[in-house]
Write a protein that binds this ligand. Structure first.
Ligand SMILES: [Cu+2]
Length: 164
């Protein structure tokens, strides 16, 4: 004979566990709404050769995060063999190397001369002729984003410095 009371007890325990799991999942998804996913787009990129270091250049752009979650720029690389790419920041009037650039949600971070920017070293000499290149940005959450730096954006002739 089946013990119906015992069966019901098992059922109730199962139901209680099911509800707890459901509530936990709901709580997690609600938390997810507060810190959602970033939505990164890049615009206005330009490269300027360094006025002080031969074979070096800075890259500026606007990094737009239209999403509801923060992101962080962690690194960058070019498709030009042998180049070294660093993230730089500007603190107390001096350019310093940095490991990351925060890109908060619902905001635009300007990579600019007197602020965070990307610096490329060991550029080949033919860059002066106005060669374009591709730059891959690595974000903590959004992964990799590849952008083109147009040939026209790489100055030929004497170095120029753009101050915003
Ligand atoms: Cu720099």
């Amino acid at each position: 004979m089946r013990d119906r009371g015992k069966d019901r007890g098992v059922e109730n325990t199962f139901l209680r566990h099911y509800l707890i799991v459901l509530l936990a999942a709901y709580a997690l998804s609600a938390a997810g709404c507060i810190q959602g996913a970033p939505a990164i787009t890049i615009e206005g990129q330009e490269a300027i050769s360094s006025p002080v270091i031969v074979g070096a250049g800075s890259v500026f752009m606007r990094i737009v995060n239209a999403g509801s979650g923060d992101d962080t720029l962690l690194a960058a690389r070019t498709d030009i063999p042998g180049t070294v790419v660093e993230l730089h920041d500007f603190r107390n009037g001096r350019m310093v190397r940095t490991n990351s650039v925060r890109i908060p949600s619902k905001s635009t971070v300007r990579l600019r001369p007197a602020g965070p920017h990307i610096m490329i070293f060991k550029l080949p000499k033919d860059m002066k002729k106005g060669r374009g290149f591709r730059l891959t940005l690595m974000f903590e959450k959004s992964g990799e984003r590849e952008i083109s730096i147009a040939p026209a954006a790489v100055p030929s002739g004497p170095s120029k410095r753009v101050i915003n």
